[in-house]
Ligand binder design. Sequence first.
Ligand code: HEC
Ligand code: HEC
Ligand code: HEC
Length: 392
Amino acid sequence: MKQLMIFATLMATAGSAMAMSEGEYVAKSADCAACHTSSQGADLAGGVRFATPLGEIYSTNITPDVKNGIGGYSFEAFDKAMREGIAKDGHPLYPAMPYTSYVKMSDKDMRALYDYLMKEVKPQAVANRDNDISWPMSIRWPLHVWNSIFLEEGEYKPQADQSAQWNRGAYLVQGAGHCGACHTPRGWAQQEKAVDQQSTAFLSGGELDGWSAPSLRGLKVSQPELVTLLKTGRNAHDAVSGPMGEVITNSTQFMTEEDLNSMAVYLLSLKPDAQEKPGKLAAVTSGGQQTFMRYCSTCHGVKGDGNASAIPALAGNLTVNADNPQTLLRVILNGGQTPVTAAHMSNTMPGYGWTLTDQQTAELTNTLRASWGNQASEVTAGDVAKARKAGK
Ligand code: HEC
Ligand code: HEC
Ligand code: HEC
């Protein structure tokens, strides 16, 4: 069954890559499906649940169905929802909808996106779900205040001192790609702390649903490696799992080599956050080495060098060396799965949370973070307990 589904996904991805309108390409690069298509629901019919600190909310139907979807939206009304977070009837949207990023999209892309949604997407008669946020947070008017403080209006403005490629990359990363929604830390009111490279907080790492989205500043990968990762979910050193896997499956794998290279050029220009102070460094322990030899070395190799086509190397691996160890611990405890893309079938790794104690896991993790040239901060049994809870 699972294989059949993967096959169907591959066929679908191969098919749509062949004939994609300009507007569909914008929709893919902006990943509307990630939040507006639920796992069992029809395309873009909404109903995806978001746990926010205020309560649970649901995304809405954005198919051109007039009664339930956005069929009644003029371009101007759509543009206002996308850039200002104000729905057609005037109510403000919760910023789970990333309008603070989409505000940067060009008028041309916004119009192509609108035409695609209105003309190419099938209308679905699926009613929107009520949100579960209780009074007084359910009153939406404070969101107008939120917008007046945090929404930086205006399309992306190219920077004259940078190349066209850099500017295209910045446009895609900050705008449609909304990479900051997960990779930028959030402040006291859930706002992203920065929306562009003028602040070193931009893309300096965030957390969501118990996963850590690592800092994308000072990435230790080459441009071709980064492009391959965003296209296939794998490269010689790294694999991707969890929410980033979905980003790749639904969005970046469809982007052109040219656009992926532009994003990589922009990302690789971001310097590490100077305020990041490395904590105590991890150290190898004999307990950690024994656990590695017993459970991990058969696949990842005694030198942590993996196997180019199927098993990621742990030496020089971005996840192993990430400041925030949450994603690394999630994979060790619960296992992982690389995303399905046209270029790659999914590879899975079993989880070891059922057999390793928090202390054993911490020793193993520290050993990985201090071996084969890796150098990252120490992980405690408390960090493991936190990741174990998040993965339940
Ligand atoms: C990260 C999640 C996320 C992404 C990505 C996202 N949306 Fe949304 N969107 C939401 C949520 C959640 C709501 C409902 C917010 C609310 O009810 O306050 C919403 C609401 C909307 C609305 C208001 C619809 C209405 O019912 O009046 C429109 C229009 C919309 N989104 C369009 C889009 C388009 C087009 C894209 C892709 C370019 C997109 N969204 C991508 C989460 C997302
Ligand atoms: C829905 C949240 C989300 C969005 C949106 C998102 N990411 Fe990620 N990203 C993550 C998480 C979580 C991880 C850690 C998982 C992993 O490394 O396997 C990650 C990891 C990564 C990595 C490191 C991969 C590795 O091997 O460690 C790169 C590079 C990356 N993201 C780039 C991007 C870019 C570029 C964008 C915008 C186009 C983006 N991400 C948008 C959540 C997100
Ligand atoms: C059966 C083979 C197998 C075994 C045994 C195995 N792994 Fe993996 N591992 C994989 C595969 C395949 C992936 C790629 C899937 C993914 O990223 O989730 C992976 C991914 C990873 C990643 C994430 C790499 C990245 O780039 O994001 C880490 C870290 C990891 N393994 C560590 C371990 C540790 C530690 C052990 C022992 C406790 C272990 N693995 C045992 C096959 C294995």
